[in-house]
Design a protein around this ligand. Structure first.
Ligand code: CA
Length: 386
């Protein structure tokens, strides 16, 4: 008689324990969904709930231009989602240092990042194509290749193993060749110069006799001021004025052979993106596309005034790189490209698409964009002579 009673009690205790376990699990799940401090792991979020994301950048917080775009993007997402997706932007070093942004997004420390793909060329050689390669495409051409020429699909393929979805994150347009403290009249003047210049262009510069150094934007000023480096390329008049580079270098060179249309990137943790309801995923994609164009518009509007201020107020000396130097840098670029594609089959695949698009678009742009700009200068006169 006693045995069945004991069994019943034991069964009841097991049932109560199981019910408690289910309750605890339910409360824990509810808490996880409510307080999303970490990356979501595939759970769909119900409509109307506020989701908090972190966006880490490779720029100093609130840097004009490059640092403005992720803020523009976050504002757009907030507005379009009626506040349901709240993205907070962090400057370099606030959560992770500039050059750890890619890993932070890959591992889910942050849901999103903003930076430049060529910073990751040490681990992903083919990534250089999605920012800029020497003598490559302009901003307009890059946008055409990425969004209508197969470039975006290749970029997604390149980042997929890292669990990252890339999105175009704004273009600076043609950059400046950079800041020097002595005139560059021949290739001889490049020899021995330590210059901050990232990407494939850095290898080209080293091949031409200089020494390329990789330094994030926030550390450039001090590095040049203290003589750790002799020369620097950053972006163009608007962003370079904001960093104060005119205070510590005398000569400002053009054209930006190394970055004719530097494309920035938004990186999104793939699982975090997939965990969003479909409408928020669409908002992230469309807002990034709008922020991408917004950066180019801002630089186009502000570069001219900044250049005038540098020359007229700060006495900056504007110079054009001599043909001899440009030709040597082009020859070096071809060698660096040949080595890149020989060493990395993925880079070879991306290069094939990039080069084919560039060949086609050049043929048209020589008679359209370039044809028009040349004609305008011919009839209206030159404003800046080499
Ligand atoms: Ca640059």
């Amino acid at each position: 008689m006693n045995a069945p009673t004991r069994n019943n009690r034991e069964a009841l205790a097991v049932l109560i324990l199981a019910a408690l376990l289910v309750l605890v699990l339910a409360l824990w799940t509810l808490d996880r969904v409510r307080d999303r401090d970490t990356v979501a792991t595939g759970t769909a979020v119900s409509t109307g709930e506020v989701i908090h994301w972190k966006l880490v950048t490779t720029w100093p917080k609130n840097l004009p231009g490059l640092g403005h775009t992720p803020e523009v993007f976050a504002d757009m997402v907030r507005e379009l989602s009626a506040g349901r997706l709240d993205i907070r932007v962090y400057g370099a070093g606030e959560i992770v240092p500039a050059f750890e942004v890619f890993d932070a997004v890959s591992s889910g420390v942050a849901e999103m990042g903003h930076g430049a793909s060529y910073y990751w060329k040490g681990k992903i050689p083919s990534a250089v194509f999605f920012t800029a390669v020497p003598f490559g495409m302009t901003a307009q051409e890059m946008n055409g290749w990425l969004h209508y020429g197969g470039g975006m699909e290749l970029w997604e393929e390149v980042y997929a193993p890292s669990g990252i979805v890339p999105l175009a994150g704004g273009s600076t347009g043609v950059q400046m060749a950079g800041w020097f403290n002595r005139e560059i009249n021949s290739l001889e003047d490049v020899r021995g110069l330590r210059m901050r210049i990232p990407g494939l262009a850095g290898e080209v510069f080293s091949g031409a006799g200089g020494e390329a150094v990789r330094i994030p934007g926030g550390e450039i000023y001090t590095a040049l001021q203290t003589g750790v480096i002799d020369a620097v390329e950053w972006v163009g008049p608007y962003n370079d004025l904001a960093l104060g580079l005119h205070e510590i270098a005398e000569y400002y060179y053009y054209p930006g052979w190394h970055e004719p249309g530097a494309m920035l990137e938004f990186t999104v943790n793939q699982k975090a993106l997939a965990s969003l309801p479909e409408d928020l995923q669409a908002i992230v994609r469309h807002a990034s596309r709008a922020a991408n164009q917004d950066m180019l518009d801002e630089f186009t509007a502000r570069n001219n005034r900044a250049l005038r201020e540098m020359i007229e107020v700060h006495g900056v000396k504007l110079r054009r790189l001599p043909d001899e130097v440009l030709e040597a840098l082009y020859a070096g670029s071809q060698q660096a490209m040949a080595k890149l594609v020989a060493d990395d089959p993925v880079a070879a695949k991306v290069q094939q698409s990039f080069a084919a698009f560039l060949r086609d678009v050049r043929a048209y742009h020589e008679i359209s964009e370039q044809g028009y700009i040349n004609a305008r200068r011919q009839v209206m006169g030159e404003l800046i002579s080499p």
